[in-house]
Design a binder for this molecule. Structure first.
Ligand code: HEM
Length: 497
């Protein structure tokens, strides 16, 4: 009897001991580099945080904790760690931390990019989806997008005649702005002359710059009222400008709709329809804010990708020729590239995917935040922890990619990997509920630009290919450190209608 009691009490003792150990372990945050008092790991990050974090994760593991001032972040650096966050714990990790600069936006509590994934966010995403995920609606505006491309070709033909250098990134940015404005409100908002620094270009550039700038007030919130780097004030001027313009777009459109003239059938019409059907949940303020968000989320990302794709194609003439050959199969009798068929060009698609892999536009995605305490693998991460997903590190990890630093579009012809959030080694648009809703539009805009640049022109670089600067600069998006400049030599003519 005594023996039985002893055995039982030993089992119970060990059970509690083990439970205690596991419980203690499971309460642990992921490991991470030791930081300095007050600033934490700030100095570890340097000017290229995605690269520094990738290096640190080799030592500290796929889930790693870092601290910046009062902000604690968990960083995911492998596809498994990303899946744990964006798929298995998608809901708990779907929050956002609003940067101080963004609070200058009048209705930032309606900004789809920045609000938590709550009911309001769901309504806005639904409103967006009424347009963006419908291929036939995107198809309706194909002619407008074609007009934007023709404007771009006119500019390039003129530049070619003058043997002038063209800043391809700047041009792609202006084109992406016009593609977005045509999608949203059926009109152009900027010209292609590089000295035109009109309202839209300046406002979007300013906001991309200030929203992406390291802001000391974000990591030491007590400094917010002081706005020590003048960031919120700069953001406010640009947001206010946007507010006026989007208000004007909406007022003009409401008048147009009353006049019973034919509908434009663009995104604004879709959003107004949605608002009429869901008056209580989705009003004009939502629409104004959403238009601003779309310009910010969808233009520089698209133009960067285009600029990097052209950089790689100019460095690899055999790939350039292969793209041209493929595009020539979908050129109509009028000499125009048919957007409808562009979606079926496998090599062009592979070039764009490979560009997105090697030159990831948003290397750490948009930071997420835990909405509740959440168990990630064997760790427990408290509520309100920032989550950074280092998609850049995963897209260059030699465990998943053969010769990861080599630009090799063929790899995407040989595998089934897509960017729709299911292959975690390649998530340029994120994954899960906060994934980018603009993929179909982004692909059309980028591929149409790249196809047009390649099909209609030969390009002369002002320097030897080997001298191409491949450095990038970290910000809200990863941009080329040196603009890509080349002279277009027209090889084909587009017949005007
Ligand atoms: C090559 C082009 C693009 C890239 C690389 C890109 C990438 C991304 C990424 C990484 C995110 C964050 C995902 C996350 O937080 O997990 C995002 C969010 C978003 N993108 Fe894109 N994007 C592109 C184009 C576009 C376009 C054309 C639009 C609009 C038509 C758009 C609209 C948005 C919006 C509204 C969000 C916020 C979603 C949310 O927080 O719920 N993007 N994008």
């Amino acid at each position: 009897m005594e023996l039985l009691f002893l055995v039982l009490s030993s089992i119970i003792f060990f059970f509690f001991l083990l439970h205690g150990i596991n419980h203690h372990r499971s309460q642990k945050m992921p490991p991470g580099p030791a930081g300095l008092p007050i600033i934490g790991n700030l100095l570890d990050l340097g000017p290229k945080p995605h690269e520094s974090l990738a290096k640190l994760s080799k030592k500290h593991g796929p889930l790693m904790t870092i601290r910046l001032g009062s902000i604690t972040s968990v960083v995911a650096s492998t596809p498994d760690a990303a899946r744990e966050i964006l798929q298995r714990n998608d809901e708990a990790c779907s929050g956002r931390i609003i940067p101080d600069a963004v609070t200058a936006l009048a209705n930032h509590d309606m900004a789809v990019l920045w609000i938590p994934a709550n009911d309001d966010w769901r309504t806005i995403r639904k409103a967006l989806n009424t347009y963006l995920t419908h291929q036939h609606k995107l198809d309706t505006l194909r002619d407008l997008r074609q007009n934007v491309v023709e404007g771009m070709l006119d500019f390039l033909n003129e530049s070619g005649q003058k043997k002038a250098h063209v800043d391809i990134g700047k041009l792609a940015f202006a084109v992406a702005l016009n593609q977005m404005s045509n999608t949203c409100v059926s009109q152009n908002v900027t010209s292609y002359e590089s000295d035109d620094i009109g309202g839209f270009k300046t406002a979007v550039k300013t906001l991309m710059e200030v929203d992406g700038k390291f802001n000391i007030a974000d990591i030491f919130p007590v400094l917010k009222p002081l706005d020590p780097q003048n960031i919120r004030r700069q953001a406010k001027a640009a947001y206010d400008w946007f507010d006026n313009v989007t208000e004007r777009f909406i007022c003009e459109r409401l008048k147009h709709r009353e006049s019973k003239l034919p509908r434009f059938g663009d995104m604004l019409d879709s959003l107004l329809d949605y608002s009429e059907a869901n008056e209580e949940d989705f009003n004009f303020k939502h629409i104004k804010t959403l238009l601003v968000d779309l310009f910010l989320a969808g233009t520089e990302t698209s133009s960067n990708t285009t600029e990097w794709a052209m950089t790689e194609l100019l460095l690899n003439p055999e790939m350039f020729s292969r793209v041209r050959e493929e595009v020539s199969t979908i050129v109509g009798e009028d000499g125009k590239i048919q957007e409808a068929k562009i979606l079926d060009l496998p090599y062009l698609h592979a070039v764009i995917k490979e560009t997105m892999r090697l030159h990831l536009s948003v290397p750490l995605l948009v930071p997420h935040k835990t909405e509740t305490e959440v168990k990630l693998d064997e760790y427990v991460v408290p509520r309100n922890t920032q989550i950074l997903v280092n998609a850049w590190a995963m897209a260059r990890d030699p465990r998943y990619w053969e010769k990861p630093l080599v630009f090799k579009p063929e790899r995407f012809l040989e595998n089934e990997i897509d960017y729709k959030g299911q292959h975690f080694e390649f998530i340029p648009f994120g994954s899960g509920r906060r994934m980018c809703p603009g993929i179909p539009l982004a692909y059309r805009v980028v591929s149409l630009m790249v196809a047009s640049f390649v099909y209609h022109y030969n390009w002369e670089l002002p320097h030897a290919r080997e001298e191409m600067d491949m450095n990038d600069i970290f910000g809200l998006t990863l941009i080329r450190a040196t603009p890509l400049v080349a002279t277009p030599i027209p090889v084909t003519q587009v017949r005007k209608a």
